[in-house]
Structures are given as structure tokens and as C-alpha cells.
Design a protein around this ligand. Sequence first.
Ligand SMILES: NC(=O)c1ccc[n+]([C@@H]2O[C@H](COP(=O)([O-])OP(=O)(O)OC[C@H]3O[C@@H](n4cnc5c(N)ncnc54)[C@H](O)[C@@H]3O)[C@@H](O)[C@H]2O)c1
Length: 468
Amino acid sequence: MNKANSKMNKSEKSLGRREFLGHSAKLAIGALTFNIAGKSTAAGAASSKKMKVALVGTGHRGTSTWGKDLIGPYSEYVGMVGLCDINPKRLEAGKRLIGTDAPSYPAKDFDRMIKETKPDAVIICTPDCFHYEHSVRAMELGCDAIVEKPLATEAEQCQQLLDTELKTGRKITTTFNARHGDTAEEIKKILLSGELGRIISSEFQEYLDIDHGASYFRRWHGKIRFSGSLLVHKASHHFDQMNWWLDAEPEEVNAFGRVAFYGKNNSFRSRNCRGCPFSDKCDFYWDIMKKERMVKLYVECEDADGYLRDGCVWDNDIDTYDTMTVEVKYNNGVLLSYSLNAYMPYEGQRIAFNGEKGRLDVRNYNRQPWEVGDKRADFRLTKSFKDTKTWIIERTKSKKAEFSHGGSDYGIKDLIIKPNQPDPLGQLAGSRAGVMSSLIGIAAHKSIETGERIKIADLIDFRSTWKW
Ligand SMILES: NC(=O)c1ccc[n+]([C@@H]2O[C@H](COP(=O)([O-])OP(=O)(O)OC[C@H]3O[C@@H](n4cnc5c(N)ncnc54)[C@H](O)[C@@H]3O)[C@@H](O)[C@H]2O)c1
């Protein structure tokens, strides 16, 4: 029994795990209905006054999606009242990139920022392992938390987040922008239509390439203690999509994973790309100095904390798996087969749903212009004993394509920031969705480390969230 479960009182223990997971699932449906009614957005969104937000983590994501691209396009609805970061230089660089005159605070003065600026919500864009501590403190100080994915990197953090949400009455929103892409929405609509009948199993293969995939191993993401591994950091998008598409929650997880390509798997290595003696012969040499934004945000700030944004992909300390397979059993009986490889020559996804009336195949292409165009998704819906139907979504031609992450970053902000937005597909995600997605990755990591199959109910005590 883990720490979380050992906290259960006697009457709680008398309920079987299946029963309280079942109960929780019913509550999740209740929460979905509430969201669809447009009443369950983050603090302030439902009122007529502007939402006051403070930002912690003024790095890439904090200064773009939740910085400049928030206070500009959404100025009618939201105002930035404070900024906070552990790196004083990045704090000031970030402030300039965002274009705000909001006061800035060092990380040690997070509480003071909240007390002085009184935000309705704190937006959390720190490395993954710190999300929970800023979210918990923000809620304890009376604010809602708008948290980048993944919501948490360890099961104990999930417990603390749910307990604090319940205790304080504040609200967590997990910013799952991947629910808002064209392909994701199309899949959700097909599954909601019931054309495939009951879904019995599903498949998800993620291909990250030698550019984007490699970038995770240059940064803090390459160390499990910061990112929880790509099973948590990256796959939290995919596990959340699956949970949302299937309208189901995970029960059991089994996984294998290895660092089979990056890290120790090379004959030479250095500390980082700048000044590397092997730059001429390394296929992964990357010149950060060519990107002005990167220089401002990272290179010019690195003497304050020693963080090197162009770290060596062959670093011996890299422990984040680059190769992994995961099996998930859902509470509605669906069996998911998932894989992620982070050193592919091209990028994209294969996703499929096997239903009692047929099969849906989706091939998502990204960054492979020689083959089928840069951004496109092929759909094939085949009815058993009947016909097959194919169609394409050309994302370069879609109305969303010109915006960041195919428009999904605006889709999610519309829902969180604008008041009274309809949510017919149930795209708004709270703490439960955040926890469920993180827990699959956390369980997968644990399964790899222990060689055992992991039960989600053994990781967390959902009793404390029943009222939610
Ligand atoms: N949804 C998406 O598509 C998407 C895309 C990119 C990043 N993200 C998420 O956004 C988050 C930030 O990623 P990023 O790429 O901006 O990383 P980053 O390294 O550029 O920024 C992180 C910032 O947090 C600061 N920081 C570190 N520890 C801190 C602490 N204890 N207190 C205060 N500040 C601290 C760092 O100095 C840095 O400025 C991550 O959780 C990531 O998963 C999401």
C-alpha cells in the first residue's frame, strides 16, 4: 500500500477500489456536463470583470502562448498583474518579450507576488516537476491555477493537488491544447457519432524526429527528475487525448522503455553545442546563436542559473527514455497500445480505433514535405462488411493553420479566458483530466522501473476528491 492509500480511513477502506474508481468516473461525467454548460471556467472568466492573472515561469511557453499571445489578443478579457521566475535575467528578458509593465518577482517571493497583485488565477509555466508546488501554493493563497501540461510528474503530487483543490475550493485548469487541433476534434466527433459502435481497442504511435525529438534531450526534459520522462512530459498530451476521445479512465498500465539512441549511445560527447570539439562530425550539432529569441531567453541568462539550452544530446546523465511502448486497460474495457520513438527521420502519428462496427485509421503527417506535404491528416473509416471512406484534412489550408500549434493554442485560450464559451466537445480540462493523463505516464515509468503491471488505483486515493 502506498502513502496515499495508507491515509484512507476505515470506512473508505471498506469500499473496493473498483467501486471508488467507478464513483469517480460518474463524477467526471457530472463535471463534463457542468463544463459544457459553460459555467466551470477558471476564476473570473464567468464574471464581467477582466480576469487578473500572474505568470510563474517566464521561459519559452510563458512568454509566448501565456505571455505576448495572451495579453495582446485577449486584452479585453485578461490583464497580467505579476511575473515570477527563478532566473532574474530571464524574468526581465521575459518581461520585455511579453511587452508588459507588470511587476516582476523572484521565485522566493511568489507569495508576496500573490498578496500584492491579487490575481484571480496563476498561470504555471515552470518545468513539469514544479507545477504542483506553484499550483498548491496559488490555491492556498486563494487563486485558481491554470497549469501547463503535464499537471504533475509523481503520484504524490497528484494527490496533493486534488487534496488542495478540495480543501481550498479553488480550481485547477490543465491546458491540454492538443484537444483543440483539427485532427483531434475530427476524431472526437467521429467517436461521438457512434459510427464505429462500441470501441474495443485503440492504437497510438507517436514519431518524434531528429530535430524536434532531439530537442527534448538538449533540455531539462532529458532528465526524469524534471520531466517525469517523455511518458509524462510529452505523452501526457496523447494519454489525455485518448482518455477524452474514449470518455474513459485508465485502470492498469504495463510498459517497456529504454534510452536506446541518445545519452550514452555515442562514442563522443561534450557539455553543450557551443564550443563543442566534435561539432564538425556531430549530426546533432545545433547553433543556438542563430535564433535571436533563444539567445535573449537562454544564452544571455545562463550565468544566473547555469542552465544550458543547447545541452549535448549524448550527455551520459540523460535518463529520459527515447524508445517506449505502453499498454493501458481502461475502465470501459478498451485496450490501448501506445508507442513513442524520439529519433525518427520524420514526425507524425498513427492513431486507430477498433469498434464493433468498424475501424478508424488516422495518419497525421508533420514535417515531411518530400512525401505528402508538411501538415496533413489522412482519415479512413471502414465499416465492417460495408464500404470504406477516406478524406484528408490539409492543415496548411485550414483556418487554424496560421496560428501556433495549428490554432490549438488559441482554441484553448478562447475556452479558458473568454467568458461563457460553449464547450460542446468537452475540451475544457480540469484537475481530474490532468491527473489521469499524468498517472498513465507515471504508472508507465514505474512499470518500466519495476517490471510490474501497475494499477492506477494503487497510486492515488480518489476518495478525497469525491465532492468535486
Ligand atoms: N502545451 C504545449 O504545447 C506546451 C509547449 C511547450 C511547453 N509546454 C509546457 O510549458 C512548461 C514550460 O516549458 P518551457 O518550454 O517554457 O520551459 P523553459 O525552460 O523555457 O521555461 C521554464 C521557466 O521556468 C523557470 N523556473 C524553473 N524553476 C522555477 C521555479 N522553481 N520557480 C520559478 N520559475 C522557475 C525557468 O527559469 C524558466 O524561465 C512545461 O511544463 C512544458 O511542458 C507546453
